[in-house]
Write a protein that binds this ligand. Structure first.
Ligand code: SAM
Length: 320
């Protein structure tokens, strides 16, 4: 069996059901809600090799913490050689779930829009801000091995209250704050707002926020190989292989309706799925509404590389 020639990240969906209905999330494009079965998850685990996958992010389009077998799934992945991170809206992260994930999950990333309740309620619809903040405080206090990060929501309605939101976390010793430098485009429905984007990036620089993109670069050498081997040179797509709730390998994270799958974990290895994807070109429907790939012009790539190198140097100095 031939392996992939470069490393990638996997975005894995335990469920596409969610306890929220966030304003920026294109959930309306999901046909039916499902949960991953235990046998499917076991197949997925068998497909994840550290030589090919440097990081698995449990996220997808649902909320991983509400999977009915959450505790069992955490135990299943605990001794797996690949690193697992989890993205959550924080609502269901009670003491039991936090304790269960401690040490099994490398990095817990809680998505958060605004410290101002009115803004939070507009964005994170159906969630209880007070409860989420309480759970974040408990995570900060009680997680001994799993690291905690906050993923700030880059939408126009959050920009105004971003500085006070950042300061609220920093004052409480929660310093690992990440943010995408590209506004979420609600699967193509948002027109690029240049002023808002410029402001977003100035805040990222001012507060030294961590760019989420960096977390998806295994190494510059692997990124170069991703570019070389893929006919379609879309960096964000080629860096991540999404695996949907039913075990389908996906062409791109933006294929929410799963119209262009590559195959299933039951039938093919991850390397085989990547080789199929390498031969594909852009998808007229999916790519037309995407504002992420256009961000990767050569000047932007140079900036990403520079930033990646400075972050890596900083991490090494910090560890020394
Ligand atoms: C879809 S959520 C699923 C995990 C979890 N339910 C949560 O809310 O964090 C995963 C991440 O995608 C982000 N997200 C939501 N809508 C998005 C969009 N239109 N474009 C890009 N990312 C989006 C969320 O902010 C979150 O950090």
């Amino acid at each position: 069996m031939r392996r992939s020639k470069y490393k990638i990240a996997v975005n894995l969906e335990w469920t596409n059901a969610c306890n929220a209905n966030c304003s920026m999330c294109p959930r309306h494009m999901i046909d039916k809600t499902e949960i991953m079965t235990e046998s499917c998850f076991a197949e997925v685990l068998g497909r994840l090799k550290p030589e090919e996958v440097f990081r698995v992010v449990l996220a997808g389009y649902g909320e991983p913490t509400i999977h009915p077998q959450y505790a069992h799934f955490i135990e299943m992945l605990r001794d797996h050689p690949v690193r697992f991170d989890m993205v959550s809206n924080g609502q269901a992260l009670d003491d039991d779930r936090l304790q269960e994930m401690d040490g099994a999950i490398d990095l817990l990333i809680v998505s958060f829009s605004s410290i101002v309740k009115e803004v939070y309620d507009q964005v994170h619809i159906r969630l209880d801000q007070e409860r989420v903040l309480e759970n974040i405080r408990a995570a900060k206090k009680n997680l001994t091995k799993t690291k905690l990060a906050i993923s700030l929501t880059p939408t126009t309605e959050c920009l105004q209250t971003l500085p006070e939101t950042i300061e609220w976390f920093q004052k409480r010793g929660i310093g690992l704050l990440t943010m995408s430098p590209t506004l979420y485009n609600r699967a193509g429905s948002l027109r690029e707002e240049q002023k808002a984007t410029a402001y977003l990036r100035s805040i990222i620089r001012q507060y030294g926020l961590r760019s989420q993109e960096m977390e998806f670069i295994p190494s510059l050498w692997d990124s170069a190989k991703q570019v070389y081997h893929n006919r379609f040179r879309c960096l964000p797509r080629n860096a991540v292989l999404p695996i949907a709730v039913n075990g389908d390998y996906q062409y791109c994270f933006n294929d929410i309706g799963r119209k262009r799958t590559l195959g299933n974990v039951r039938d093919m290895s991850l390397g085989e799925a990547l080789r199929l994807r390498e031969k594909t070109g852009p998808d007229p429907e999916l790519c037309a509404g995407c504002n992420i790939s256009s961000r990767y012009k050569s000047s932007e790539i140079a900036a990403v590389i520079k930033h990646y190198q400075s972050q890596k140097t900083g991490e090494k100095r910090h560890a020394a």
